[in-house]
Design a protein around this ligand. Structure first.
Ligand SMILES: NC(=O)c1ccc[n+]([C@@H]2O[C@H](COP(=O)([O-])OP(=O)(O)OC[C@H]3O[C@@H](n4cnc5c(N)ncnc54)[C@H](O)[C@@H]3O)[C@@H](O)[C@H]2O)c1
Length: 307
């Protein structure tokens, strides 16, 4: 099938592109290689057609859809930073809401069958109950979490109004090769790079805050399965295993044989102490289960940054 992956030069999107191509699909990427995002030319799969374009640019996006004529869209492009969203909420809404509407209008115009969307655990804010599943109330605590939640509502509305099928996947904390190690988020990539460079590590709060770290290839696989499963539904994509920042430090020390100096810093605004998912619905409806252990995933991430 012909699949358009928005944000396909980015961390998660590029793994989706790779898996779609490996599965025999014809893929095009739309990405503007935004300065503050993780998109890179080196992430591009050579077998994909690449449109360097901004999803908020109506005329250019119309050209992309007319030229490629996708049957499916995997929508990964976003202003993806909680921190940027708090400083620039209008930019966040511009890309995450208006960019989405631009894509939805084009999907309807050219007859796309389905859109798969990268939603987020950030839509829950501090979880009202654990483990987090699809029924837990969403109460986002950042503009980013709000625009991700709003997107889910637009997708439901757009399906009801215009018949475009959708699946929204609420990812946990995704990590793995190609994650930007220079951003403010992505603790495993940031730490891995510092361990390899023998630089000190900063641990915020008491380091016992625990999150559900899910390996990027497992997340990409969920996206692949969602191309023809789970229509008009929403799924949590996590491992169900919470891992603390201190455990990440120890795992990296075991893998690299290096124990960097630790400096401590206060809790970061908006950080959450405990979050992990129940992904049984994804297992039942998508046939998805995480397949890579935390230890193997961290090792693969270190290997990526080693070269
Ligand atoms: N990384 C995580 O832990 C995580 C967790 C939950 C959800 N998500 C979501 O997954 C998706 C992919 O995130 P990622 O971590 O791979 O980030 P990323 O920054 O590596 O990828 C996003 C891509 O979108 C592109 N982009 C940004 N604005 C654009 C615009 N206006 N027009 C065209 N392209 C644009 C960027 O250049 C980048 O290549 C995002 O929607 C993000 O919100 C990520």
């Amino acid at each position: 099938m012909k699949i358009l992956v928005t944000g396909g030069a980015g961390f998660i999107g590029s793994h989706i592109v790779d898996q779609c191509i490996a599965a025999g699909h014809e893929v095009a990427i739309v990405d503007n290689l935004w300065d503050e995002g993780g998109g890179k030319l080196t992430n591009l799969n050579e077998q994909a057609r690449f449109y360097r374009a901004d999803i908020t640019d109506e005329a250019t996006l119309k050209h992309v859809f007319d030229d490629f004529k996708p049957e499916l869209v995997s929508h990964q492009a976003a202003q993806h930073s909680v921190s940027v969203s708090t400083k620039k909420p209008k930019l966040d809404a511009q890309v995450n809401v208006l960019g989405l509407l631009n894509i939805l209008e084009n999907c309807t115009r050219v007859g796309v069958r389905k859109i798969v969307f990268a939603s987020s655990g950030a839509t829950y804010g501090t979880p009202a109950r654990l483990p987090i599943d699809e029924e837990v109330i969403q109460r986002p605590e950042s503009p980013y979490g709000i625009t991700k939640m709003v997107t889910e509502h637009y997708l439901r509305y757009w399906h009801d109004a215009n018949g475009l099928a959708y699946t929204a996947l609420r990812y946990g904390n995704v990590y793995g090769p190609r994650q930007d190690p220079n951003g403010e988020a992505g603790v495993i990539a940031i730490f891995a790079k510092r361990f390899l460079a023998h630089e000190p590590i900063r641990i915020d709060w008491d380091g016992e805050q625990r999150k559900d770290y899910v390996f990027v290839k497992d997340v990409a696989h969920a996206n692949l399965l969602a191309l023809d499963h789970g229509d008009n539904d929403i799924f949590c994509i996590g491992t169900g295993r919470p891992v603390s920042v201190n455990e990440i430090y120890h795992e990296l020390a075991t893998i690299t044989g290096y124990h960097p100096e630790i400096t401590h810093a206060p809790k970061r605004p908006g950080d959450i102490y405990l979050a992990y998912f129940n992904s049984i619905k994804a297992e039942n409806h998508l046939g998805w289960k995480p397949s890579i252990s935390f230890e193997d995933g961290v090792r693969a991430t270190v290997d990526f940054f080693r070269v």
